[in-house]
Design a binder for this molecule. Sequence first.
Ligand code: FAD
Length: 815
Amino acid sequence: MSVELPTRAQVVVVGGGIIGASLAYHLTKRGITDVLVVEQGQLTGGTTWHAAGLVSQLKPTHSLTKLATYSNRLFEELEDETGQATGYRAPGSISVASDLERWEEMRRGISMASTVGVEIREIDMDELTDKVPLLRTDDLVGALYIPKDGQTSPVDTTMALIKGARQGGATVVEGVAVQRLLKNGDTCVGIETEDGHVVEAETVVMAAGMWTRQLAETIGVNVPLQACEHFYIVTEPLQGVERGMPIVRDPSNYTYFKEETGKIMAGFFEPKAKIWKLDGIPRDFCFGTLPEDWDHLGPIFEAACHRMPALADAGLQLFFNGPEAFTPDGTFYLGESPEVDRCFVAAGFNSVGIQTAGGVGWVLADWIVDGYPPMDLAGADIRRSFSFQSDRSYLKERISESLGLLYAMHWPFRQYESARGIRKSSLHEALDRDGAVFGETAGWERPNWFADNDQLREYEYSYGKQNWHDNMRAECEAVRHAVGMFDQSSFAKFLVAGPEALAVLERLSANSVDVELGKGVYTQWLNERGGIEADLTVTRLSQDEFWVVTSAASQTRDWAWLRRACRGHSVEISDVTEDWSVLGVMGPHSRGLLESVSHIDLSNKSCPFGSMTEIVIAGVSCNALRMSYVGELGWELYIPADQAGAVYEEIRRNGDRFGLRLAGFHAMNALRLEAGYRHWGHDISDEDTPLEAGLGFAIAWDKPVEFIGREALLKQRGETLTKRLIQFRVEDPDLISYHDDPIFRNSVYVGRTTGGMWSHTQDRCLSMAYLNNPSGVDQAWLDSGDWQIEIGTRRRPVTPSIRSFYDPKNQKVRS
Ligand SMILES: Cc1cc2nc3c(=O)[nH]c(=O)nc-3n(C[C@H](O)[C@H](O)[C@H](O)COP(=O)(O)OP(=O)(O)OC[C@H]3O[C@@H](n4cnc5c(N)ncnc54)[C@H](O)[C@@H]3O)c2cc1C
């Protein structure tokens, strides 16, 4: 081998595309100069070289928008800093809407982007025609304009980042393929090249684009991504195309248009994409292209011609087809892998790798150096993935759908259509028989709502009330006034046992789990900064055996956190999620119903709030935990999965006289929100402390074991809270807030919503938002302000409340 490789480096970055380059650049900025970038072919030769180079700032969420705006700023300055031309310029961008629902989505984007400081505004058709004369506009209902959106040369920008990284001390080698990652115990310790050369490293980052899944497999890490064919065309020079023309996106016609030296480049996000090389990407694919496919692209090209009629007669200079890595949920993966320490991932960029590269380099470098990311990145964290997602048939189906979803409507509650039925509750058939309309979370099919007998079991999406609104109302009313039953089997369940189980869990949990046998405790697991890493319940089964329950979506993440904490201790942990079904029986009549089927006294005296009691229903022994996520008297029944059917049927048979109704996750979400219960991943994250989140009641300050994060919380306890989660009622009965909507006090922006849902008790939408005020967020400050929310550019009054709108003293659960 001609390339000189060191024998060790502090950080090895595998992959010399724009992501690896940006990470190396930012690591050197953070003072890590001993960085080695290893590229198997030539720099940019993977996917980066053929990107269209759009650098847009508007993304689906606040945090992703923040990463993109950072890239935008960085690319603007990079040329001056490094002396390497980047080709960056900012012609601005325009997105057009051809129907009112799409326009509603865009308007919501305008409000969300304003929370990140993006300059963005609506333009009328005259201004649109003025800026892009070639567009057909007669069937459009709206357009938004982002004046500072940019476009760049992906190759030149990558080379500028590489130059900056080299100036900072990094070493970059080409023509060296990494054969596998090396591990010592649970820690990644380096790489081995194809030629058998070993480089030891403290940290290894896989920035290997569409090769990352196969590289990760060499060290037992799961990175479910898959390459798809991705297309654009470039015309011959076209009359009417002027330099400086803004980029145009027409998502309803699956197309974007960009000016390129007097020509038009049109790129496509077709609804059903073509998977490329399911069984692995060849290592020598460098500056590679894939064949034309007009049969596949023809209908999409026609849609593009509808928006820009001049395309139809234009000569085509280039039909480009190149591969890019896509992920099952359309967002990339970042962070330390849950399986192996010091093995990081930055891959699966779903055709936004150029525009996100700057932000990704920034946050990942911070993550590596500080041990945590500089902001909440749960939506992009690799710990949201599951091993079933790397199954080839799953990837084949789901990824061909997920590419198209990038330009499809991002409907609230939108359900995937492909790769369904992966994980099913043992009650699935019965629930299906009884009218369940399923949605997917973490691969689980979960009843989201129950249809009436003659009702179509399908979603009719909208940004307003959807077709299941009245079903949800009936389910919520049953829970509030009678009793509802939820299938919560998707909850992740871990058993923690052994002589040191208590000690480990006491150190992890902010609440005390050193309680009497059979008691369940609601707690958070915190990081050293006091941020909430997990939100769960821990029930003590015996002296040294505990039952940990968390949400379905958090299974991989919380398991990794637990596994790391148990290392070196005399503790056995097992994930028993699939072995146990869970039925939530909730509502004021739940006691009567459960007593009637179990013949056991479930009064407050014999079964107080938080206790776990063994009860027998239909001859099946169940662990009944008196807990509630909906703010009512209720029990979670933990039942061996293979016997859950009998329990379900027995409760159903006896349910009528108690007013029992089956209820789904949409109702649960509405009920928990009005009861003020937080949801990890939305209302709470690793950058929010329990004090900020209003969860101070779950902190056992004085327990003998010092829990992780206590010191940070103690410090915060002594200070005025300048950030705090507040609940809001939207007073306009026609508007529903979903997430990231700005909140204004006396017309000044003070925070954004974390989530929202219709509340049937309030007959309004409720939502939560973190508010910031340097002199404190307290009742007096709330009372003295005039409060408004902005939903899709409409400002409307909201009523704030520190306490929940429903049962503010939380008495019902104890009734
Ligand atoms: C047609 C098309 C248009 C696009 N347009 C845009 C756009 O307008 N805007 C935008 O933001 N994004 C766009 N993208 C997406 C963008 O190009 C990618 O998201 C981005 O380039 C991904 O960068 P990367 O560094 O992750 O991957 P890559 O560029 O593929 O880099 C990964 C590198 O890792 C190397 N590697 C892999 N395995 C190993 C190994 N074992 N050892 C050593 N090296 C290894 C590979 O050789 C490769 O060079 C487009 C993509 C396509 C296909």
